[in-house]
Design a protein around this ligand. Sequence first.
Ligand code: FAD
Length: 653
Amino acid sequence: MSEYDANVQTALDMAAARAATTLNMANLQEYLHGRAQNWQRRTDVVRVLSADAAFDKTEDNMTRAERFMRGQAMTRRLHELQNELGWTNDDIGLAMSVLDSPLPLTLHFQAFEPIFKLQASPTLLAEYGPLIATRGILGCYLQTELAHGTAWWIGAAGRTATHGVVQAQLVLPEGEDGSLEDHKPLPGIVLGDQGAPKSLGGFAATDNGFVRFDRVRVPLKNMLSRFARVTEEGDYVRPPHDKLGYGGYARTFCSDCLYLMYMLTRSPSHATAQPPPSLSVTPPVRRQGTRGPDGLERQVITYPSCTDGCSPSSPRIRVPSVANPAARLSAGDTSLLAELHATTAGLKVLTSSASIADVETARRSAGGHGFSAAAGLGRIYAEVLPSATYEGDNYVLDQQVVRAALKAYKALNSSANDLPPSSAYLQRLMDVNDGPPRIKFDSLGPDAVKLAPPLDNVIAQLNGVVALLEWRAALVVRELANNRKSLDVGSGFADADATRVARAVTDAFVAGRVADMARNMERDGLRAGDAAVVEQLLMLYLLTSAEAALPDLLAHGLLCGPGEVAGLRRAISALCAALVPHAIGLSDAFGFTDWELDSALGVYDGRVYEALWERAQREPLNEKEVTDAYEESIKWVLQNGQRRAAMHAAAKL
Ligand SMILES: Cc1cc2nc3c(=O)[nH]c(=O)nc-3n(C[C@H](O)[C@H](O)[C@H](O)COP(=O)(O)OP(=O)(O)OC[C@H]3O[C@@H](n4cnc5c(N)ncnc54)[C@H](O)[C@@H]3O)c2cc1C
């Protein structure tokens, strides 16, 4: 059997995989990025960054301190580019989102500035607003405490920030302003980088730090007093709504946390969007195992571990977003607070958990290469892992989702008001003529969403699974409510229940939004052929959500026995198999460049072995053919072994 050139073959396999998809790339790219202008803007920014030496990614072997300095140099360069090219602040935000490591500046943009704008009085806003908008001052957000008076983990606080929004207990009353000339902290404030490297080398460019306050007085004018305030006489004036005031310490939900959770529901989805391109790219070109009649080994994407693992990750990338709450909150409109709280808390948990799990799925799908830094997956994992903890620990948020659900359930029995989207699933319990659906899962495979089907059919099929997930949420919430002595939302429940019930509630909410996405595809500009593939992805999303919910579905009789479960799994496998030809097309649609992915396994042309080889040559250990460790250690170990072997041999004679 003739040998084949693996380097040439990977490129051929990639070209073949790309040719297999029927997707219209331009159409999908615009759909995924919201609008054609968004996609164009992103392309322009990436082109500038990837050609600029400040954002070069070939320096893999930097120390933590070097990464911090590189992050600061990138921040400076972003602002130089803003001056040179007339970039807006949104362009800078966009540029930061495509860099390989979070910069300290992220905290300024995502936490300090929006919360300052939300909470500052008009006078304070007039004084600092322009400086904040131009980065004449650099901010951080101080909420997490190590012990009272000491903030810990604060991004950008260690060495970068000049100012911060501090969430602290109010102790009345005046202080002094600091200087921007020398970058030194005010008297009574001790700060620094918290030192210990973060797990897996994540957040290396960010100076997460400690800040200790010792009898520091905050001048009255510097209090964030748009809603709550202290008068000249030292009296505290409450905000119009408790949740709009200062948040107090970490676990208290407040409008600031709401805003941060909203930001987070957006950012992890970007991180999850990155692995599928690299994992979709590798499995089609990687060949392992027995040879077929063509003399080629089998493509790893045809192994179930890759097909069934990779495909469900793809539909999770496009999470439904919630309306940005900042505008209404800053106008003092609190009517949506409870609803936004329930949805953002649930979505934050869902997106961060799914991102973490999906990056690991991607890593495993790439075998040993997935563990190599050259794959780029470890870097993404390190950045996304703590998102389960910061800005609302997921366990704690689960409890808040469940509290909101129990409150909605309690209100269901006492009022006939329309249910908001976050608890629309409870309506199922009110429709006395409507029972849980019995679904023929085998009809939900790819045939249910063949090219250009009548849209109504597809929607009907999707709606069946949406109904199933809504019934599951309604029944588990009712069960929890019935098993509790009191429906007072303050009384405790087991954490295990909280995670399971919160997931059911969020799955039901997202399922409703998935159905909306399917309904609005034409309005959102997706052409029929592309829409059919996206519908398959949406169906796959719903079915894998149902599969993950099997214990609840079986416990509540929503699925009956092995036949229905097997049907559900057959439908999932069939959809995964149907989507394989589109794997490259779907990952191309995200439009990540080789520079952005920074992954030898994800190179656009498929020549992954060459890319891996080139990276290996950059390894400093390879600079000398014989390592210094040879003279220092290896030689001794070898000679010692040889001496002892000779002694054993002599003893045997
Ligand atoms: C990379 C990174 C960046 C960060 N950046 C910032 C920043 O810029 N500013 C900032 O203020 N903070 C920041 N943080 C801190 C982060 O917000 C906190 O770590 C997070 O809110 C959890 O708080 P904690 O560390 O005090 O954990 P703890 O509250 O001590 O939690 C420990 C454990 O107890 C559980 N637990 C706690 N309370 C409850 C409860 N009521 N019910 C059930 N279980 C509970 C938690 O689930 C967790 O498992 C950052 C953290 C990381 C990792």
